[in-house]
Ligand binder design. Sequence first.
Ligand SMILES: *Cc1c(COP(=O)(O)O)cnc(C)c1O
Length: 372
Amino acid sequence: MEELQNFRPTKAVIDLKAIQSNISNLRKHLHSDVHIMAVIKANAYGHGDIRVAEAALEAGATMLAVATPEEALHVRCHIADTPILILGAVPVSFAPYAAKYGITLTVFSTEWLEQLAPLAPQFEKPLRIHVKVDSGMGRIGVRTVEELRAVYDAAQMEHVVVDGIFTHFATADDEETTFYEQQLATFKKLVASLPTKPRLVHAANTAAALVKEHVQFDAVRFGISLYGLAPSPYVGEHLPYALQPAFSLETELVHVKELHNGETVGYGATYEATGDEWIGTIPVGYADGVLRGLANQEVLVQGMRAPIVGRICMDQIMIKLPKKMTVGERVVLIGKQGNDEITMQEWASRLNTIVYEIPCMLTTRIPRVYNA
Ligand SMILES: *Cc1c(COP(=O)(O)O)cnc(C)c1O
């Protein structure tokens, strides 16, 4: 069958120019010799890994980072040559493919390297690894000078190159810097203990890259603000340049009707009209990731805010319109319309969570279309 798709008017519009402006502004903010690693894990935080990677590389990023082998392979199928770092732990069984496809692995265990040793002689190309230091995040990595030295020594084998060393901050997006300073000192101490410095030392995530001095090292790992989102409200208030959000979520009215005093809307009949009201229906719901917890959220229609009424359904949502409108009217759930804007941070606050969760929770049923 021919490829029939996107009949439903619900779509995510991804603005690649916004992605590029976020990279080029970061480029100006950093020292000129610092690499920008575009973090495109989780399908580029829901924005689409390949299109985002291509846009970011064009705008000045020189490396890519993902979370899993599957993500790395998907990116490598579309993008040749550019270094791709897998930030998470990977099984040794993936190492031959990493070597073959030029994918850099995160390593922090001598046992892992001992299991690698019998495989490495068969590698046709060298396997690049970055050693992970756990300086306080408590997630993955070596924690002491001794552990680091053991991993570093175990990695001295043919066809394996220790290309980098890195750590990850737990509190870089916070106003309070004591813990961050401790992590930085620990990381510096461990790096200094090595007999030779690997080519790439890196520590900064978005928050550190934007609001901390002196942690740029050789590369920054730029995730959330690549997409124009601030890592935390604190960083949002201290940005060195304005971020451009790349993601809009839009749909259209598919039905409009007038309800009268006492008539109800939705499952549980929880919303009751208190007079004559215009109610619109939009074809999007919790199966798209517009969670039921957003029941008090508003949407934009003709530049005006319209509240969601009644319970959010799996595939449909009802909204109270400011006036009579026609089927086909454009409705913005996330993004700008007229003089108003609904941000992902507004959704995050409504859901009592962090902005990172919002683009990740919008499911693949929503097609991503690109504006370039
Ligand atoms: C996800 C991740 C990043 C990116 O974090 P942002 O806050 O989105 O910039 C950087 N480093 C590591 C290790 C990560 O897991």
